[in-house]
Design a protein around this ligand. Structure first.
Ligand code: NAI
Ligand code: HPV
Length: 400
């Protein structure tokens, strides 16, 4: 029986790894993997010629060269929503720490070590005024990016007693269904920013969002004294522009999950070490979802939660002998070409499923009999075809 070689990069939760059964050989030092499970480490594709799929146990895929993967016919998955709650909770924890001076007050308490209880009490009551903070209730929050995390942050803002604006030029219907109707959908960045005391960024890092938070079209619109929160990705924020905004009191503070040379040690900036998704629950959710996606693709060619290929899931019926999958550029004539090559060889197609995402087409072709290697090769060499796979169906008691 075919065994798939899986490479793990980063610590992947054992609850996910445990889902790989005897059909999979899982090894962090695998040098020729067919599947990779990864968190935030950068993935280089040139080293892995037989790689079929990468599952990102998390949301952001900026550590994976997605366009290169597409050209090579490598499917990239992520785990939408699996770590969203962890980020939502940390956004409010960190904002609370910033607003109530919790970090500095803890340092102060540690400095009381060595005093007796009377002395400690006297110092506490005399000096606590230094740490006076402010509340979230009654303030206004602007959330940029109303995806799995942004919707959670917006809804939680209401629960903290705030007025909330949300801005997202390409919202997904499924996410918007979970957004409370009390959140105001802003039609422009300016509208979202004009009244916001707190601004929270929750969009992916890509070529359109690199340096998104800069003076022009963003910081120029903030209400003086706002606090900027970034639990999305470091490079979405132009660090020099934020430092200038802090120096001119346009921004009062910055809370970020992405420490940097320029941010460390700055009195108005609170940084955490990319901790957004680091909870037991979130790591388990992400790992189990990523492993299920990878298994489903390697064993059945099904695609669920891909960021570069169309999503299609079909179960082979009992009369299917061989499942063939073809990845192609989205161009006319591909289905006819594949059907004709199979028809010329008298291979009966039981089910044909095709879907496009506008860039890539994906075909699942369930055949009644075996598909000889020369037929696969003929399809693979046609213009526009990126990759062809024959899926072994031994798992269903067949030998192919
Ligand atoms: N700090 C951490 O540990 C974590 C950080 N993240 C980051 O958060 C990002 C968002 O995660 P999810 O909400 O799960 O993703 P998601 O894909 O559900 O939502 C992203 C949203 O951003 C929107 N968007 C894209 N460009 C935009 C723009 N220019 N302006 C406003 N909105 C825009 C999209 O339309 C989408 O609705 C991830 O891509 C990742 O970089 C995610 C998880 C953990
Ligand atoms: O899911 C994401 O996008 C994250 O940033 C989480 O990253 P991590 O899995 O904690 O390395």
């Amino acid at each position: 029986m075919k065994q798939f070689k899986i490479k793990t990069i980063n610590a992947i939760a054992k609850e996910g790894i445990g889902l790989f059964d005897t059909r999979f050989l899982v090894d962090p030092s695998e040098t020729d993997p067919e599947g990779i499970v990864v968190r935030s480490s950068k993935v280089e594709l040139t080293q892995f010629p037989n790689l079929l799929a990468i599952a990102r146990a998390g949301a952001g895929v900026n550590n994976i060269p997605v366009e290169e993967a597409t050209e090579k016919g490598i499917c990239v998955f992520n785990t939408p929503g699996a770590n969203a709650n962890a980020v939502v909770e940390l956004v409010y924890t960190s904002l609370g720490i910033w607003l109530r001076n919790v970090e500095k007050s803890i340092e102060f308490c540690q400095g009381l070590t060595g005093m007796n209880d009377d002395e400690i009490n006297r110092e506490v009551e005399a000096r606590k005024k230094k740490f006076k903070g402010e509340e979230m209730a009654g303030k206004t929050m602007a959330v940029f990016g109303l995806g799995k995390i942004g919707v959670g942050v917006a809804n939680a803002g209401l629960h903290h007693g705030m007025r909330v604006f949300g801005f997202d030029p390409f919202p997904a219907l499924d996410n918007i269904h979970h957004l409370s109707p009390e959140v105001t959908l802003a039609r422009s960045r300016k509208e979202a920013l004009a009244q916001a005391d707190f601004i929270s960024i929750h969009m992916p890092l890509n070529k359109n969002t690199h340096g998104y938070v800069t003076e022009k079209d963003f910081l120029e619109f903030v209400k003086p004294g706002a606090v900027l929160i970034n639990y999305a990705r470091g490079p979405i924020v132009d660090e020099d522009a934020v430092l200038a905004a802090l120096a001119s009191d346009k921004l009062r503070g910055h809370v970020s999950d992405f420490p940097s040379v320029k941010f460390l040690g700055h009195d108005q900036i609170l940084v955490t070490p990319h901790l957004g998704a680091s909870t037991s629950e979130s790591e388990e959710n992400c790992a189990t979802m990523a492993v299920k996606e990878l298994k489903n693709y390697l064993e059945f060619g099904n695609i669920v939660h891909s960021v570069n290929f169309p999503n299609i899931e079909t179960i082979p019926t009992v009369d299917v002998h061989t499942r063939l999958t073809v990845i192609n550029r989205d161009q006319p004539g591909m289905i006819a070409m594949i059907s004709n090559i199979l028809g010329d060889k008298h291979i009966n197609i039981k089910n044909y499923t095709n879907k496009s995402n506008g860039t890539v087409g994906y075909n699942i072709i369930d055949c009644a009999g075996p598909v000889p290697v020369d037929v696969q090769e003929k399809i693979a060499e046609q213009e526009g075809v990126l990759r062809v796979r024959m899926i072994p169906l031994e798992i269903r008691g067949r030998q192919v």
